[in-house]
Design a protein around this ligand. Structure first.
Ligand SMILES: *[C@@H]1O[C@H](CO)[C@@H](O)[C@H](O)[C@H]1NC(C)=O
Length: 327
């Protein structure tokens, strides 16, 4: 029996050494580009970038024999299925997002389940072959009023207040569709992606109470690490970057400690902890306006009253974000 266990362990770790092809959707986006660069570090990995605009892709993606660029219409599941089956494809890192031309459905909802089903099946104890970039806060608009009150400092925050184009609920729906399409999934939900936030230690949590900042390169590293981690399979978690700590040499222990379904008690403890890890000294996300930094709360440049309606300034920022999702 020990031999069978040893063999499966060896095979699992050998998986990463085998030549493989990974599809990246949304590869021209900022996080998508970081994922492509991260995947390139493994010289056994070929990357197929599914893009809408090949001209743009050639401008922003590295010119490399292991980076292939092809046009795909993510609004068209048949095209997605066909393009997936047309070439090698072992796994996907899904970084695409945006509203379809109907103006209400996310392309994730339309094509992510199709792509997941078009990939080769993997064995039960293998790592996930479908890793999705989602977002923290996707469940929060649906919280009960009791839960909103209990976790107020995770609920009364700009993205939940404004929820441009109802994106949070749509992302959550896409996550659910993915989990129904394949057991070999992993969903990574970063908190506030911020280009000014330095690399650091990605810290995972569950229960969707996390607030704070994530560095894009850190998010990319976690998405790619999940592809090789059997312990990341079937799991959904939030991440934030803790500034001042180096990235770890391996995420395996952190993946292993994650639950398939976090308990209520664990979520309450997580909430207490993540609030202490917030940037700045005031550490009160309810005082933030959308598009502002925690440091601006500290300096007094922003001081929103808890529970107040969205300001005109944040409505404008949110409207811009919703508009951006259409292109
Ligand atoms: C594709 O990208 C190029 C270069 O960024 C840009 O000039 C062009 O307008 C884009 N085409 C479409 C259809 O968006």
């Amino acid at each position: 029996m020990i031999h069978a266990l040893l063999l499966s362990t060896l095979l699992a770790s050998a998986g990463a050494l085998r030549p493989r092809t990974v599809i990246v959707t949304g590869a021209t986006g900022k996080t998508g580009q970081a994922v492509v660069r991260e995947l390139l570090k493994d010289d056994q990995t070929t990357i197929r970038c599914f893009v809408r605009n090949e001209t743009k892709a050639k401008e922003v993606l590295p010119e490399h024999p292991r980076v292939r660029i092809g046009p795909v219409d993510l609004e068209d599941p048949e095209n997605v299925e066909q393009r997936t089956l047309d070439g090698d494809a072992d796994a996907v890192v899904w970084c695409a997002t945006g509203l379809a031309s109907d103006g209400s459905t996310l392309i994730d909802q339309i094509s992510l389940p199709t792509l997941a089903k078009a990939l080769p099946k993997v064995s039960r104890d293998a790592p996930p072959n479908c890793v999705m970039l989602s977002s923290a806060a996707v469940t929060r608009p649906g919280w009960s009023s009791r839960k909103q009150k209990k976790f107020e400092r995770s609920y009364d925050i700009p993205i939940v207040r404004l929820n441009p184009a109802g994106i949070l609920g749509k992302k959550l729906n896409a996550e659910k569709k993915l989990a129904r399409a394949t057991p070999a999934f992993c969903v990574v939900r970063p908190v506030g992606l911020n280009d000014d936030w330095p690399r650091g230690r990605p810290v995972f949590s569950q229960g969707d109470v996390a607030v704070g900042r994530s560095n894009r390169e850190d998010v990319a590293a976690v998405l790619v690490a999940a592809l090789d981690a059997a312990d990341a399979r079937g799991k959904t978690f939030e991440m934030a970057t803790l500034k001042g700590y180096p990235p770890p040499s391996s995420y395996d222990d952190a993946f292993g400690a994650l639950a398939y379904t976090p308990s209520r008690r664990a979520t309450a403890a997580t909430y207490a902890l993540v609030q202490q890890l917030l940037p700045g000294v005031e550490q009160d996300p309810t005082r933030l306006e959308m598009g502002r930094r925690y440091e601006e709360v500290d300096s007094g440049a922003v001081d929103r009253e808890r529970g107040a309606a969205a300001t005109d300034r944040e409505k404008a920022v949110a409207a811009g974000a919703a508009e951006g999702m259409k292109s």
